[in-house]
Design a binder for this molecule. Structure first.
Ligand code: DQA
Length: 529
């Protein structure tokens, strides 16, 4: 286990709020998995058994909620779960309102507990609901993404977007604790690693020292690092934020340094409609602009600026056509919200940042033009094909493959199926989620959740093929290209098996080829995508 971050107390710029909780609450990292995080909750609360509202998104819940809840309930906790679709679109007041409804309907009290299990959207929303329900209840953050672990879950900023502006509504509400199970990052997509790396690199440039040396040695995209090195740097990076927040929780001064790279970064996100860049990708470009400005103004030595640019320019960023005028307009919009002047965070050296407000407009224009040019080129890797993501779903009795009527379904076991699927997916750069269930409703819920993330579904509904209108309706509803597979050739079997209710809503049907049929289906979906 990686040791707990130690806060080095310095003179606070602001009196600490929450009774100084910011200085005390544990922020722990471990290279273990989700059960570890649940055990930490149990340990933290000692004999206390508050009721828990577990807030998560459907995708995170699919992977981790069951194990997390089981660990808590085994220790005597009562857990109510509230999940919602993944994505920034959920960071709304309507979502908060529905969480407040759940808390009220379930008669939660102020001394109960909210746990946010997920990425930045989940912890922002969970923390905000906890901040305002019953005038403030405790909450714990369990971040599941790199960005969450190094940034979003730390610092106590909670809230939602307003239709007119991101993060406009919210509260400072420190969690009781943050537990980051880094094993979960094993399954994080490369692009999410890249985006999360921006906040690590930002911390490295603000703090310098060992943190920056590691980045200079291994590169700015943690997705390309050895996992053991990545696991080392994550808590170190988080500690930079923890220490800054400990001194200036309410962003009166020092905390503003954390906006390094975010001025142009926000403007890029906003002009591209929040769809082209992930937040971190825009921040990478924003940091490159800030380095350029720092050098142009004579704060940063040319040699240092060049060495940083060399490292940052290696990171894969999607291509975007942006006009400098639009970018400047977006900056002006931000300016209105900062009492008429933009606070630029610039570097004087690695490990030494400062805030500058009076930058000549021509220099900002020139930097905006440069940035649009850089964004217009993108990089091959990011603008190329992303890994496709497929759900492989098996219905009732397929867990008994190998032992179940082998003369019909063959000798291969379910474990053989999973192993061959994984091997095929790895060599074809496909991300897979493989699930089997004997319960119709569970299969339907998995199909529903797939609409948020999957590029395709391979389904063997087992006997439900011939009976389930509900599974057929689910496939039709989600509009994810789906291929139906059967181990046996159902057209050559009993009359009742010849009819497939799902076939009319599937893009294809493969029968009688055993495990080979599943692999063929994956290949077919790969070509379609
Ligand atoms: C099956 C065929 C179904 O008729 C049967 O109920 C199954 C397996 C197949 O893979 O061949 O469970 O889907």
């Amino acid at each position: 286990m990686v040791p707990e971050s130690k806060l080095t107390p310095r003179t606070p710029l602001n009196p600490p709020v929450n009774g100084g909780k910011q200085d005390k609450h544990p922020i722990r990292f471990s290279d273990e998995g989700i059960e570890w995080a649940a055990e930490q909750v149990v340990e933290l609360l000692k004999e206390r058994r508050p009721r828990v509202l577990l807030v998560s998104d459907e995708l995170v819940a699919l992977h981790y909620a069951e194990a997390f809840v089981q660990t808590l309930t085994r220790k005597g906790f009562e857990v109510v779960t509230s999940t919602f679709p993944p994505g920034e679109s959920q960071k709304t007041f309507a979502r908060i309102s529905s969480l407040l409804d759940s808390l009220a309907l379930e008669k939660f009290a102020r001394d109960d507990l909210v746990i946010g299990l997920g990425g930045g959207v989940v912890t922002d929303v969970a923390g905000f609901a906890a901040a305002i329900y019953s005038r403030g209840m405790d909450w714990i953050a369990v971040p599941t993404t790199l960005l969450g672990m190094v940034d979003a879950a730390i610092g106590g900023k909670t809230g939602v977007d307003h239709p007119l502006e991101k993060n406009l509504i919210g509260a400072f509400h420190q969690p009781l604790a943050v537990f980051a199970p880094m094993k979960l990052l094993d399954t994080l997509e490369h692009r999410q690693w890249t985006a999360g790396s921006a906040e690590v690199v930002k911390a490295g440039l603000l703090a310098g020292g060992e943190l920056w040396n590691m980045i200079a040695e291994h590169g700015a995209d943690l997705g390309n690092w050895d996992r053991s090195a990545a696991v080392q740097i994550i808590p170190k990076s988080a500690r930079v934020k923890i220490e800054i927040v400990a001194q200036d929780e309410r962003e009166a001064g020092l905390r503003r340094l954390l906006n390094f790279g975010h001025t142009f970064g926000h403007a890029l996100e906003s002009v591209s409609g929040y769809s082209t860049f992930l937040h971190g990708e825009a921040v990478f470009l924003g940091m490159r602009a800030a380095i350029r400005l720092s050098q142009s103004l004579g704060f940063l030595a040319e040699k240092v600026a060049r060495s940083i640019e060399e490292i940052l320019s290696q990171v894969a960023i999607p291509f975007a056509e942006i006009r400098p005028d639009e970018l400047l307009e977006a900056l002006l919009h931000d300016k209105k919200h900062q009492a008429g002047k933009l606070n630029w965070v610039l570097l004087e050296d690695i490990g030494k940042a400062k805030i500058v407000t009076d930058i000549p407009p021509e220099l900002i224009r020139e930097t905006a033009e440069w940035l649009c040019d850089v964004a217009g080129k993108g990089t091959v890797q990011a603008s190329g094909k992303q890994r496709i993501r497929i759900l492989v779903l098996n219905g009732p009795n397929l867990n008994l493959m190998g032992t179940r009527e082998p003369e019909i379904y063959g000798q291969d076991t379910y474990e053989d199926l999973v192993a061959q699927l994984r091997e095929f997916a790895e060599s074809h750069e496909i991300d897979l989620l493989i699930r089997q269930s004997n319960v119709e409703g569970e299969l339907i819920s998995l199909i529903h959740a797939a609409r948020h993330w999957a590029d395709g579904i391979v389904i063997n509904p087992g006997a439900y093929t011939h009976t389930s209108v509900a599974i057929r309706d689910a496939i039709a509803a989600v509009r994810v290209p789906t291929i139906e597979v059967h181990l046996s050739d159902i057209s050559q079997r009993e009359e009742f098996r010849k009819v497939s209710l799902v076939a009319p809503v599937c893009a294809g049907q493969i029968v009688g080829k055993g495990i080979g049929g599943y692999l063929e289906a994956l290949e077919e979906l790969g070509i379609r995508n």
